[in-house]
Write a protein that binds this ligand. Structure first.
Ligand SMILES: [Zn+2]
Length: 203
């Protein structure tokens, strides 16, 4: 894809992945929607501060022996703590990588969008059917999107409240994120730090 200019400040913005929907200008922090004709300003938000993460935008290496590149992340705030979700190019496809206080997980696969019960009625400890699979819900919570950087596929504006459900199905981790207008369902697995090898940094 060609390099484009930030609609707000004019800085060059390179887009690596054809699935990316939003890119955050690395210079001014403006969130830019990627359209057929170029970049539209989605919003101006404070630039994501230098929060520690094992990745930065452009980090590459291997996860479970397969190649990845970190394209971008969204940072969530929940009960005074934070976690990050990185959008990855992974082994010829895409994946999400969750980093939460030194614990890691990778999510590869999105289940078919399913009719979920009203999130208000879902409780930790219950079983529910998601995408034809029985999922045991382990945790439910509400997080708020704080900011983002780099290229993103699943994107929500900072300030959006997200109800999340963490569960388990057939030995796999299941992550469900719900906003007023979207439901995203992922399955994945936990990682140990030694499953992740970082070989290169930045663009
Ligand atoms: Zn800019």
């Amino acid at each position: 894809m060609p390099s484009l200019g930030c609609t707000s400040c004019g800085a060059p913005v390179a887009i690596v992945n054809r699935f990316s929907k939003v890119v955050v200008c690395g210079y001014c922090g403006t969130h830019l929607r990627i359209t057929d004709s170029g970049l539209d300003i989605s919003g101006k938000y404070p630039k994501l501060a230098e929060y520690p993460s094992i990745f930065s935008v452009g980090s590459s290496g291997t996860i479970l022996g397969k190649p990845f590149r970190a394209l971008g992340r969204m940072r969530y705030a929940c009960k005074g703590a934070h976690y990050d979700e990185w959008f990855l190019e992974y082994d010829g496809g895409t994946a999400w990588f969750a980093e939460d206080d030194g614990t890691y997980a990778i999510y590869f696969e999105m289940l078919e969008a399913a009719d979920l019960p009203d999130p208000e009625k879902i409780k930790a400890g219950q079983n529910m059917i998601v995408g034809g699979k029985k999922v045991m819900i382990k945790e439910k919570g509400i997080a708020e999107i704080e900011s983002g950087e780099g290229e993103l596929y699943y994107y929500q504006e900072p300030g959006t409240r997200v109800t999340f459900l963490d569960g388990i199905s057939e030995g796999k981790k299941v992550s469900i994120e719900m906003t007023d207008d979207e439901v995203e369902i992922f399955t994945g697995r936990p990682l140990l730090r030694r499953d992740i090898e970082i070989a290169g940094e930045g663009p």
